[in-house]
Unconditional design. Structure first.
Length: 464
């Protein structure tokens, strides 16, 4: 009778020592001499490899020849305590089945130690490397932590649409969705494109945020969160921007800005602690390979209160700093990453929640303060990352919101349904958006956002 496969993450259990086991996976290395050969096998379940020992009195050179880096095999044998150091157990191979070979001359990951840039060109295979295995497992762990955090606190997961007909969020340039024949566009009498003939009977785009629909959910269910893809067509080639990224957007009825800040801080700390506890091997691996201060930095964020500071105070600190910024600082500017990072990394040496931004640089739906100049916005700024969360208390007053919409000349025909939340049973409410990849960046210590999503979409890049 065939033995049931054991995943490599489970193979190091003491009770399995002395038992017959079956493992399946991809070969990382094979080395040895004419008496014995050692194969390091990985199946993706853990950063750890299992060592398999092939005794050359039982296997021939010919048997083992196809076992090169990247090939896939199935081995059965006895699990024994390991002789070699650094290993706890190894398998003495008794049977070998080869699923697929990987020609050493053409397999792109034949050698170790490729650069992250090289691996970006091989994004279809890079999940098979230690680094990307670790990153993707951490990404999964964080996604699970997010759902757990909100579920444990009574939030409902709300799925908001990816295709939207309103271009009013203003969060970024949008990708258009159309089935019109681009070589033969239907025209109206005035010579404009006739979107009535398009699939949805109007112009449609991919969403830049689920927030507006999230507010509809929150003002019905009380507390909701979204967690899904968002799309931004900006031509920004930075290590922190993707054209397609995942956003987490909680929205809570009756929450004011302070409660929103508390939620954001608890939420981020929870996710980081969860990863430290549940993805330790992978975090330790990345720390050892790329970033020796990683674990210390993660613990520091979990253990310390975030600084909470009005934008106006932040600007004063930057102006008084004497630091030479590429973009000069004055009240009213939209802070650049260099300013955000100065406050976090140089001045406070802690995460900062910056609040009460000038209304001109923030979205129309944010609640106006008494001063009529600033809004109840809150951005969470992180070391190495800059902005990781952007949020606010929302304007719940119908007249004030309408005035702002008219002031900014946002087309009303797109906004009627959103305004209905303020016409019928309006309530104070707040929420925020966390860029999921920015959280994964922080927790993995990676420095380029293209390296924390399996298939990055950036300008000129959608190959795989
Ligand atoms: P930034 O100023 O960094 O471009 P933003 O202010 O335009 O960000 P928001 O509209 O506030 O971003 O979106 C909420 C969160 O989504 C941000 O705090 C950030 O974590 C994340 N985010 C925004 N744009 C991107 C992007 N292009 N790629 C990855 N994450 C992003
Ligand atoms: Mn923002």
């Amino acid at each position: 009778m065939a033995i049931k496969r054991t995943r490599i993450v489970d193979i190091f259990a003491p009770q399995l020592v002395g038992k017959q086991v079956s493992v399946k996976g991809w070969v990382r290395t094979r080395r040895g001499n004419k008496n014995v050969q050692f194969v390091a096998l990985n199946d993706g379940s853990t950063i750890k490899n299992i060592q398999i020992v092939f005794d050359l009195t039982k296997f021939s050179d010919e048997d083992l020849k196809p076992i090169t880096t990247g090939s896939s095999i199935h081995v059965e044998g006895l699990l024994v305590e390991s002789q070699g150091k650094g290993q706890t157990a190894e398998i003495q191979a008794e049977t070998l089945e080869i699923y697929g070979t990987a020609d050493p001359d053409t397999y792109p990951l034949q050698k170790k130690g490729h650069t992250l840039e090289f691996l970006r060109e091989k994004a279809h295979l890079r999940p098979r490397t230690n680094t990307f295995g670790a990153v993707l497992r951490i990404r999964h762990t964080l996604a699970y932590a997010i759902h757990k955090f909100f579920n444990d606190r009574g939030f409902f997961y709300l799925n908001t649409p990816l295709i939207t007909a309103s271009d009013c969020e203003g969060a970024g340039a949008m990708f258009q969705v159309t089935t019109l024949d681009l070589n033969n566009l239907p025209k109206t009498e005035e010579g404009k494109i006739d979107y009535e003939q398009d699939f949805f009977g109007k112009q449609a785009n991919l969403t830049v945020s689920g927030q507006l629909e999230g507010e509809l959910g929150a003002t019905a269910l009380g507390a909701i969160y979204t967690f899904g893809p968002t799309f931004r067509a900006e031509n920004s080639n930075t290590p922190r921007h993707l054209s397609e990224f995942w956003m987490v957007e909680p929205e809570v009825a009756f929450n004011e800005i302070e409660e929103n800040m508390d939620l954001a801080e608890d939420f981020i700390k929870y996710c980081i602690s969860y990863a430290l506890e549940n993805a330790k091997d992978d975090i330790d691996f990345l720390a050892q390979m790329y970033d020796s201060e990683l674990v210390e930095r993660l613990k520091f964020v979990v253990e310390n209160d975030f600084v909470r500071l009005p934008y106006t105070e932040g600007v004063k600190i930057l102006e008084a700093s004497g630091h030479k910024f590429e973009f000069p600082v004055s009240w009213g500017i939209d802070l650049q990453s260099e300013h955000e990072r100065y406050l976090v990394e140089e001045h406070f040496k802690k995460p900062v929640i910056l609040t009460d931004y000038p209304k001109e640089i923030k979205a129309f739906y944010m609640k106006l303060n008494e001063d009529n100049k600033t809004v109840r916005a809150m951005d969470v700024l992180f070391p190495k990352i800059g902005e990781i969360i952007g949020g606010s208390q929302r304007e719940e007053n119908y007249d004030k919101l309408l005035a702002r919409i008219e002031e900014l000349e946002i087309p009303m025909k797109d906004m009627w349904w959103y305004l209905d939340t303020r016409r019928f049973g309006t309530v104070p409410h707040s929420g925020f958006g966390l860029g999921f990849e920015r959280l994964v960046l922080f927790v993995t210590g990676m420095t380029n956002i293209r390296d924390v999503i399996p298939f990055p979409r950036t300008p000129n890049n959608a190959e795989f």
